[in-house]
Write a protein that binds this ligand. Structure first.
Ligand code: SF4
Length: 439
């Protein structure tokens, strides 16, 4: 029996896809082993958003060969689609597969026999037009379920449409079936994942269903206690979705909504499909219906043309906004996108300084959000990781709670009252031994 090991870079979507490729290998009689074991085959799933994707890829290939010098090394993922030739020249790489080929890996490579030169199987991204159902099975508590892939938007900084193709989705029927399968395996929480998740519903180039329809159907799936929406564009986060989540016991009061900039001028340059007023309105609607809802925000700083005044506009906008944490990215040039050609390049020093300022703001926001929840009661779903004798779990509204490790608590939900932030900034809680709450 041949042994195969995996390494994933990048986003939740990549994790769900690596998991699925792993299951395909297992169904075909391969044994899945740890990276540090001595596998016969390595599959490295790459990301194009990661800075220095090339360097990271080289490092992982080198590391893999240290553990298993004769292993067959296969590279898949967004970076493999964008730069197949470049990757094939990395010493040690045996095969590169594009977006349309990655799920056929076992059929395409069959014997995994090394050739003199690396083999490339990467068709143009336009051929990545079928949807391949995927979900991760990393731990027992939470699964990332891919419901949508690709993107039809054309944000001027983004290569994802070039790496993953047009927007396409699974059907509601299939997603519900996958969710029921996941429930049967004992997993309690599903994170709905996609490139542009809110755009769910396009099949063969036509809109046939909507994300809201999907949410309503998933809410009926027995056995899953929690659904989270991983990330949704503000223009697609409609009132009906917010109202539904507010009254649902399964959809958690937690949204992650990319803003990217708080300056309308920069949003326009980025080719985003909304202005800051719409974003502020979405946050206000969420908070009106769910005052303790957690809201996460993605922001890019140092986009070409972003002056110090534009950045301060973003800073002040976020400072005023009732959100819970920020994911901050200094702008980074991507080939074949419009942004690098735009005037007003921001120096790396300024990009990093602006990012640092927003990261400090994010810490303040998070602490403030956590403090607002002290004294309130929640259900906490505990997870499997143990660190320094402590385990962690998450409230409905995504507050991370620590407790002394107790194996009985793993994958269990407990009703607690949040008591204090300890010296390390971690939230402590006391169990209240009441029936689980409906939020
Ligand atoms: S919405 Fe914009 S940033 Fe997001 S994947 Fe599509 S093009 Fe990229």
């Amino acid at each position: 029996m041949k042994k195969v090991a995996f390494y994933t870079l990048g986003c939740k979507l990549n994790y769900s896809e690596t998991s699925t490729i792993g299951r395909i290998f297992q169904e075909r009689g391969f044994e899945k082993v740890e990276f540090t074991d001595t596998p016969d085959i390595y599959v490295i799933n790459t990301c194009s958003v990661t800075d220095n994707a090339d360097k990271k890829c080289r490092k992982i290939v080198k590391e893999a060969l240290k553990h298993s010098p004769d292993a067959f090394i296969t590279i898949v993922g967004c970076y493999a689609q964008l730069k197949p030739k470049e990757i094939s020249e990395i010493p040690g790489v045996d095969a590169v597969l594009g977006a349309a080929e990655k799920f056929q890996l076992v059929d395409i490579l069959e014997t995994f026999e090394k050739k003199e030169k690396a083999q490339i199987y990467a068709s143009p991204v336009s051929e990545a037009n079928t949807f391949h159902n995927s979900y991760s099975f990393g731990d027992r508590t939470r699964t990332f379920l891919k419901v949508q892939d690709g993107c039809d938007y054309s944000c001027s900084f983004c290569t994802i449409p070039l790496a993953r193709g047009n927007s396409r989705s699974d059907s509601i029927e299939n997603v519900v079936r996958s969710a029921s399968e996941i429930a049967e395996s004992g997993v309690k929480e599903i994170v709905l994942t996609g490139v542009n998740t809110g755009d769910f519903g396009i099949q063969d180039g036509k809109r046939v269903e909507t994300f809201f329809d999907l949410v309503k159907e998933l809410d009926k799936v027995e056995g899953i206690d929690r659904f989270r929406i991983s990330s949704i564009e503000p223009n697609l986060l409609k009132d009906e979705i917010i109202s539904f989540v507010a009254q649902s016991n399964r959809f958690m009061p937690h949204f992650h909504v990319p803003l990217q900039s708080g300056s309308n001028k920069v949003l326009k340059l980025m080719r985003r499909r909304y202005q800051r007023e719409l974003y502020a309105d979405r946050v206000a609607t969420i908070k009106q219906l769910m005052p303790h809802c957690c809201i996460g925000v993605d922001v890019i700083v140092g986009f070409p043309g972003e002056t110090e005044e534009d950045f301060l506009e973003t800073y002040n906008f976020l400072n005023e906004l009732d959100v819970s944490y920020l994911h901050v990215f200094p702008y980074s040039e991507r080939e074949n996108t419009l942004a690098p050609e735009m005037p007003g390049k921001v120096t790396n020093k300024d990009r990093n300084r602006r990012a640092d300022m927003l990261r400090i703001l994010s810490e303040k926001k998070k602490r403030n959000f956590y403090e607002q929840n002290i004294g309130r009661e929640f259900n906490v779903l505990f997870e499997d990781d143990v660190k320094d004798g402590l385990m962690e779990g998450w409230t409905e509204n995504y507050v991370r709670v620590v407790a002394k490790y107790d194996p009985v608590l793993v994958n269990e939900t407990r009703h607690v009252r949040l008591t204090q932030l300890n010296a390390a900034g971690l939230m402590e809680a006391e169990e209240t031994y009441q029936e689980l709450l409906k939020h």
